[in-house]
Design a protein around this ligand. Structure first.
Ligand SMILES: [Zn+2]
Length: 345
């Protein structure tokens, strides 16, 4: 049983340069219309730190529209997940530019109290914007996918009521940040974890539902669409050491191809799914949540998304959110505990 979860990182990634109307608001509006036409929902991973800072300092004319859009997405059934780039919280606006606090780049390496403080602050932003005083996001995605070392952040998130993380892309390596998700390649479609996000731990505080990846020969990453979007996104202010380590990350025969609805071509998307559908025929009873990623800034090719949604309908694959998947997961866990065979769920 395959279910597809579309997630969009709702932010201007990098240092916030650019117009929120062009890079967040307008593309998301088009995405909402497209999903509405098919009566399905997506998960917006809203970057709470950047949006709060811009709201406070009023540095972008579209910020009120952006906050209103977050509220409307929530009211219309889209899921609001927490996405965090903590380097924004101590950011300063100097001479028309944001200077971010790079010492807080990785949430997971901060002291436990600081992590808790940051999560509280982001939840308060959501409560304020959504007008829901007890809102707690069900799902989380770390900035730059950094969920290592995992223990402090997983405890802090679970204590606040977050249940699901979706930061892992199996097979991903970022040496500069000490990130290595290669050990997760042997895991299933989802798993509980606590101490280390790579290691399934049945009593772990959080459930990992990773961004779906497939290991492919490196040359398959070189489609013109992906190269163009990557070039547009790459930052020029990397240090020499960072450049060398990034190069090392890429020097591999096989590379994790992310299920990215903005960067993949329709032929890639369909062949990725044709393969999963064949695998599913061998174990149709087991839940296989496949998480797609996208970024508002990369949302340009809406035809591909529309064609892919039609493909999913034609193949009978449900489009879900984490809220729906989590309910099914809890039900499954309960039935398993009661000894009810999976084929009768
Ligand atoms: Zn991000």
């Amino acid at each position: 049983m395959i279910e597809c979860i579309f997630t969009i990182d709702y932010e201007i990634y990098g240092d916030g340069r650019g117009s929120m109307r062009d890079l967040i608001y307008e593309p998301t509006n088009r995405l909402i219309n497209l999903f509405q036409k098919r009566n399905v929902c997506f998960v917006a991973f809203v970057e709470a730190a950047e949006l709060e800072k811009v709201s406070t300092h009023r540095t972008d004319e579209a910020i009120d529209d952006v906050n209103r859009q977050v509220r409307e997405m929530y009211r219309n059934g889209h899921e609001i997940g927490l996405h965090l780039h903590p380097q924004w919280y101590n950011a300063k606006y100097v001479n028309g530019r944001w200077e971010l606090d790079q010492s807080e780049y990785n949430l997971c390496t901060l002291p436990r109290e600081r992590i808790a403080q940051i999560i509280d602050r982001s939840c308060n932003y959501f409560r304020d914007v959504l007008g829901v005083p007890d809102f707690t996001p069900l799902s989380f995605r770390a900035g730059n996918w950094l969920f290592q070392p995992s223990q402090s952040a997983s405890i802090a998130l679970a204590e606040k009521g977050v249940k699901i993380d979706s930061s892992v892309s199996k097979g991903l390596v970022q040496r500069y940040h000490g990130l290595d998700y290669r050990p997760a390649l042997k895991n299933g479609y989802y798993w509980n974890f606590g101490i280390d996000v790579n290691k399934p731990q049945p009593n772990g505080a959080l459930l990992e539902i990773p961004i779906y990846t497939k290991m492919v020969p490196f040359w398959r990453m070189l489609t013109s669409k992906r190269v163009h979007l990557q070039r547009k996104a790459s930052t020029t202010n990397q240090r020499q050491r960072q450049k060398v380590l990034r190069l090392l990350d890429r020097l591999r025969w096989k590379y994790p191809l992310k299920f990215d609805i903005c960067r993949m071509e329709i032929t890639e998307l369909e062949s990725m799914f044709d393969e999963v559908i064949r695998a599913d025929q061998k174990s149709p009873d087991s839940l296989k949540p496949l998480v797609a990623i996208g970024h508002t800034k990369d949302l340009v090719d809406f035809d591909t998304i529309e064609t892919f949604l039609a493909y999913l309908t034609q193949k009978g694959i449900k489009v879900s959110t984490f809220v729906e998947i989590y309910e099914r997961y809890l039900n499954g866990a309960r039935k398993q505990a009661e000894g009810i065979p999976q084929s009768t769920w």
